[in-house]
Design a binder for this molecule. Structure first.
Ligand code: UN1
Length: 501
């Protein structure tokens, strides 16, 4: 038996489930078919939504710390399944095994966070202008939460949303990427184990719907789905955002990034090289937080670029299950074609390309491994402003920090950003109101690999949503403002007189 089959068995996925349908799941490691699974129809989504709304009626009244207990058990089950689920992430998505494990760790971390949160869903008391009155603000469960996730973080992003939504009192319906349905099915099995240990929970608390855009659309357009959390491209987010807004639903959008790092003259260059490499080539450049633009001070430009070329040249590309591999395959042929087109355009637009070749083609004719590319380019051309979901890093130089910050901000997206500097003035300027316009701004670390404790998301075409830590939980609840009169008078606010006798 090979590791893949063993992994599936350990995760409780049966042969029958994996060979029963029309949706073919292809593994990016060698491009072969992994499974063919059953797809849902929009009618199934309607039924799932109805079930979830029934579940909501019960779950919203369960005390939040008790809801937290379910998420605590989910965290325990994820710990037990970490190795297998991490491996399946690698097999289905192509990220290296260490990152596959890291992704499951991110799920465990958000469960821990959500358990604590389940005792901290706090509101406010507010001073009233009227004697014998008080005001307060309370957060209540909001309703069914639809979660649409992308292939690149096939399970962690579900966990960010589900762990919070569940402690906040909301059932969840998950539409995973068609490219990574296996990890989603495995995660659902893990959730079911937690549910069985939890005992009495309503049916339909967490459901999964498998399929293409029509399935996503059924979630997005339904008035019975209170919240739609969608992660993916800006193109997808624009469609989802508009449709949800049209029915006055709530959306949480986590869309594209075109993330930059500024490397200042005082930067620790060797540390910067390591951070740049992880952020730009890690996950084969397929994170929304991947580093896509490098803005280097002219005094350290040659030194840094030379060091990067050397490191890029020695990076091990190959099977992501092998321990010394750092760059696995691109997800599929489409991704490779976009990589190729972007490099072609970079050249036409004045770029000098280092790397960027397809590699390991003879061994893997149906899989797409590439040598990460560095593109030195002087002007901010269209291609520099385009997010290509692949390991391409555009390198530009600057002289004044203000100009570097302007370059950082001169793209449509606003997800992540970073500065490498040992000058506290520069660092603080970058983090200030006149600095980076992104949701994430880091100092002396890369743009990717955020911890779950902070709010995750960004501005402009990144969509404005926040998920994960800090007070992102508020997006999963409805706010209620109450004024309570415990006096025997009925004074009106603003001193208004309205005597009826
Ligand atoms: C994503 O790429 O969709 O900060 C999420 C990071 C990860 C999450 C990325 N923790 O890179």
């Amino acid at each position: 038996m090979n590791t893949f089959q063993e992994t599936l068995i350990n995760l409780g996925l049966s042969e029958e489930e994996l060979n029963s349908g029309k949706l073919v799941v292809t593994g990016p490691i060698c491009g072969s078919k992994l499974a063919s699974i059953e797809m849902h129809k929009p009618r199934d989504v309607e039924q799932a939504i109805a079930r979830a709304n029934e579940a909501f009626k019960i779950w919203r009244a369960v005390p939040a710390p008790r809801r937290g207990e379910l998420v605590r058990l989910l965290g325990e089950e994820l710990r037990a399944a970490k190795e297998d689920l991490g491996r399946l992430v690698t097999i289905e998505n192509g990220k290296i095994f260490s990152e596959g494990l890291g992704e499951v760790q991110e799920m465990i971390d958000i469960c821990d966070f959500a358990v604590g949160l389940s005792r901290q869903l706090h509101g406010l008391t507010i001073a009233s202008e009227r004697a014998g009155h008080h005001m307060r603000e309370t957060w209540h469960p909001m309703g069914v939460c639809g979660v649409i996730t992308a292939f690149n973080f096939p399970v962690a992003v579900w966990a960010w949303n589900a762990a919070l939504a569940l402690v906040c009192g909301n059932p969840v319906i998950w539409k995973p990427s068609e490219k990574t349905s296996l990890t989603a099915l495995a995660t659902q099995k893990i959730f079911e184990k937690a549910l069985a240990r939890f005992g009495e929970a309503p049916e339909g608390l967490s459901q999964i719907v498998i399929g293409g855009p029509d399935i996503g659309d059924a979630l997005v357009t339904s008035r019975a789905v209170a919240i739609v959390s969608a992660t993916g491209s800006t193109r997808m987010g624009r469609i989802v955002g508009e449709k949800v807004a049209k029915r006055f639903g709530r959306s949480i959008l986590e869309l594209g990034g075109n993330n930059a790092m500024i490397v200042a003259p005082s930067a620790d260059i060797d540390m910067a090289v390591r951070a740049i490499t992880f952020s730009a080539v890690g996950t084969a450049g397929q994170r929304c937080t991947s580093l896509r633009r490098l803005i280097v001070h002219d005094s350290v430009y040659t030194e840094l670029v030379d060091k990067l070329k050397t490191v890029y040249g020695s990076i091990k590309i190959g099977n992501p299950l092998e321990p010394d591999t750092l760059v696995g395959p691109l997800i599929d042929r489409d991704a490779y074609e976009r990589f190729e087109i972007a490099l072609k355009e970079s050249k036409t637009q004045g770029g000098t390309i280092h790397g960027g070749e397809r590699v390991l083609k003879d061994e893997n004719p149906d899989a797409y491994y590439v040598q990460p590319a560095l593109v030195e380019i002087k002007k901010v051309t269209d291609i520099v402003k385009t997010e290509t979901f692949a390991p391409i890093l555009y390198v530009q130089s600057y002289h004044r920090l203000e100009a570097a910050i302007a370059l950082n901000n001169d793209v449509d997206q606003g997800l992540s950003s970073a500065i490498f500097t040992n000058d506290v003035r520069e660092a603080e300027m970058f983090l200030s109101a006149v600095g980076s316009d992104c949701g994430i701004a880091n100092v002396n670390i890369g743009t990717s690999g955020a911890e779950i404790g902070g709010a995750f998301g960004g501005e402009k075409e990144t969509g404005g949503g926040r998920e994960s830590g800090s007070d992102a939980w508020k997006s999963y609840m409805r706010r209620q403002t109450s004024t309570v009169n415990y006096s025997k008078e009925l004074p009106l606010a603003q001193g208004v007189k309205f005597d009826v006798d």
